[in-house]
Design a protein around this ligand. Structure first.
Ligand code: DAH
Length: 361
C-alpha cells in the first residue's frame, strides 16, 4: 500500500506551485486519471482483507475529496487571473481619435425625402403619415376606385390573409394616396399636407422593386382659395427648387386618375444621352409625377362638402427623383445594402447644403 500521507503532501505541494490551467490538468491526470496514482491505489484495495479494505478505502476517499477541493480552488484562482489579464488587454481607450472612415452616410432616399419635405414646408405643408398595411377601402374605394375598376388590377396589390375590423380586406398600400383619406377623415379643411412613405406592388424588374417610396401632397381649402393655378405654381416652384434650375422647362400633360378631375402628369425638360439623362437641357420630356384637382367623390367619401371645399393633390416616386437628381443608374442598387454603394452615392449626415427656394430665386 502506498504511503498516503507522503503522496498527499507531494500532491498538495505541486498544486500550490501550479500556475497554468495545463499544469492543473496534468496534476489531475497524474492523480485521478486512468493510470493516476490514486486510481491505482483504489484498484489495489482489492488485494486487501475486508477490514483493511474498509479502513484504507475511507482514507483514500477522504484524500480524494481534499484533493478535488484544493485542485478546484487553485483552478478558479488561475481562471480569475487569466480573466483579469484578458480584460486588461481588451480595454478600449475611449480617448483615442475616431477612425474617420467609419462615419455613416444618409441613404439617397432619406436625403431626397428630406429635401422634398423642406421645399414643401416652406410653402406651408406639414408632414402626415399612415400605416404600410391599409384597408382596401382607404387604398382604393374611398379614392373613387371601385371594385370593378381596372386600376385595381394595374396596381398589382399584395393582399393580406386577414381583414380589418369592418370587414375590408387588408393589403400593403400600393401608393401613399390613402394618407389623403386618413387626413381628411380626421380633420376639416384647411388641409395642407405631404405624406412620404413606403409603398408596395407585386412587381420586380430593372425599373420596379416590390417596395418603393412615394410622396403624396394634398391641399384642400375653401373653393375660392384654391384652384388649378395654385396647383401649377406649387408644382413649378417645387420642380425648379428641387432640380436647382430656375429655367427648368415644365409641362402639364392631361391624364387620368380616378381620384382627381381634371388630372395631369408633369413632365420636365431633359436630354437623353448615352451617359444618361440630363435634366433641363435638350427638347425631350420626362414624366416625374401625377396630380390634379381632388375629385368631388373623394371629398364626399371622406366627409368633406365638395360644394364648399376643393383642392389639389399630387404624388411622386422618391427613387425616380433620387436617380434623376443624383445620376444613379440602377434602381435595384437602392435596396442592396452595399456599404460601398452608400459611400459613393450617400450623403454625409452633417453636411448642410439642402437646396431651398431662396437658392433658386
Ligand atoms: N397615386 C398615384 C400613383 O401611385 C400618384 C398620384 C397621382 C397621386 C395623382 C395623386 C395624384 O395624389 O393626384 O400612381
Amino acid at each position: 500500500m502506498i504511503n498516503i500521507q507522503a503522496l498527499e503532501n507531494e500532491i498538495l505541494n505541486s498544486i500550490q506551485v501550479a500556475d497554468t490551467l495545463e499544469a492543473i490538468e496534468a496534476i489531475r491526470l497524474d492523480v485521478v486519471g486512468k493510470n493516476g496514482k490514486l486510481t491505482q491505489a483504489m484498484k489495489n484495495l482489492a488485494q486487501l482483507s475486508p477490514d483493511e479494505k474498509r479502513q484504507a478505502g475511507q482514507t483514500l476517499n477522504s484524500f480524494r475529496d481534499r484533493f478535488t477541493t484544493s485542485l478546484q480552488e487553485k483552478k478558479s484562482q488561475i481562471e480569475l487571473v487569466l480573466l483579469e489579464s484578458q480584460l486588461q488587454n481588451e480595454r478600449v481607450d475611449v480617448t483615442l481619435p475616431v477612425d474617420g472612415a467609419a462615419s455613416g452616410h444618409l441613404h439617397p432616399i432619406t436625403r431626397v425625402i428630406d429635401e422634398v419635405t423642406q421645399i414643401f414646408a416652406q410653402m406651408g405643408f406639414c408632414v402626415a403619415e399612415g400605416p404600410d398595411i391599409e384597408t382596401d377601402h382607404n387604398n382604393f374605394t374611398a379614392l373613387n376606385i371601385p371594385e370593378t375598376h381596372p386600376a385595381r388590377q394595374m396596381h398589382d396589390t399584395f393582399y393580406l390573409k386577414s381583414t380589418s375590423e369592418d370587414g375590408s380586406p387588408l393589403l400593403l398600400r400600393t401608393h401613399t394616396s390613402p394618407v389623403q383619406v386618413r387626413t381628411m377623415m380626421g380633420q376639416q379643411p384647411p388641409i395642407k399636407i405631404i405624406a412620404p412613405g413606403r409603398t408596395y406592388r407585386c412587381d420586380s424588374d430593372q425599373t420596379h422593386t416590390p417596395m418603393f417610396h412615394q410622396i403624396e401632397g394634398l391641399y384642400i381649402d375653401l373653393a375660392e382659395k384654391v384652384h388649378m393655378g395654385h396647383l401649377k405654381s406649387c408644382i413649378e416652384t417645387f420642380c425648379r427648387t428641387f432640380f436647382d434650375s430656375s429655367t427648368l422647362p415644365i409641362r402639364f400633360r392631361p391624364s387620368f386618375f380616378p381620384f382627381t378631375e381634371p388630372s395631369a402628369e408633369i413632365d420636365i425638360g431633359c436630354k437623353r444621352t448615352k451617359e444618361g439623362i440630363q435634366i433641363g437641357a435638350g427638347n425631350d420630356w420626362l414624366e416625374i409625377m401625377g396630380c390634379g384637382m381632388v375629385h368631388p367623390n373623394v371629398l364626399k367619401n371622406c366627409g368633406i362638402d365638395p360644394e364648399i371645399y376643393q383642392g389639389f393633390a399630387f404624388g411622386m416616386g422618391v427613387e425616380r427623383l433620387a436617380m434623376l437628381k443624383y445620376n444613379i443608374p440602377d434602381l435595384r442598387t437602392f435596396f442592396e445594402g452595399d456599404s460601398k454603394w452608400i459611400q459613393h452615392y450617400g450623403f454625409f449626415p452633417f453636411a448642410t447644403g439642402y437646396r431651398t427656394q431662396e437658392d433658386v430665386a
